[in-house]
Design a protein around this ligand. Sequence first.
Ligand SMILES: [Zn+2]
Length: 274
Amino acid sequence: MRILISADMEGISGVVDPTHVTSTHSEYQRFRQIMTDDVNAAVRGAFAGGATQVVISDAHGNKTNILVEKLDERAEINSGGIAPYGMIEGVEDRFDAAMFVGYHACMGTPMAVLSHTISGARVANIWMNDRLVGEFGMNAAVCGYYGTPVILVTGDLAACQEADAWVPGIEQVVVKTATSRHSARCLAASAAQKLIEKDSQHAVERLIAGKAPRKLQIPAPVKFVLELHHSAQADLAAALPGAVRLDGRRIAIPEGEMPAAYRALRAAINLANA
Ligand SMILES: [Zn+2]
């Protein structure tokens, strides 16, 4: 029973402010420790539930947040930026299930801590086959392409609700409830981690019992539409071969199988550096 854990930072216990997730800020050092603790709680639960291998994908910023010296010794980690599959590095190894820890809601969601989609500075909206999508939906869809269901999400209430809309019945750990984009009523980190451990174990037990949520499968060809914040960003993103400029701020990404479309989308966002 092999589990992939994708760990982002905005949905980690106690995170509410941009300083908490910005590596150059002194506050960040506290929250990377808490991120490591949230991930370790999910790892403990996964092994208690019957997992035999757990691989983590550090999924925030430059992807070197989790403290490898504090990581549960049974787990391995994909660490470091520019990995081919980004937030879900390792996914092509076809895990039995994935867990998304510390996730946040998509750009524009009301009452959602640090909501954004891939890049707060560049991306206004992304649609996947005409449905508005955030990081949860697109990462779950790539997992689904490789036969992997997403069985657990942790984050604020809005992130968990977004996850449940894509994967009905997914195990959810609500570690905080936002009162604005930069504020939330939070559980104590230790209390949140007890819940993460318990629900992670339960999620793997459900999987083994054949009661896991279904994998998210998006029919090919997958069509992403990317809306940037302003037209100069769209000018740059439109240089992606095969991209079609729809209007001032929107680009249609070349259609294809899920992994190719996902890579093309990320390439277009990387180009939009204006
Ligand atoms: Zn994110």
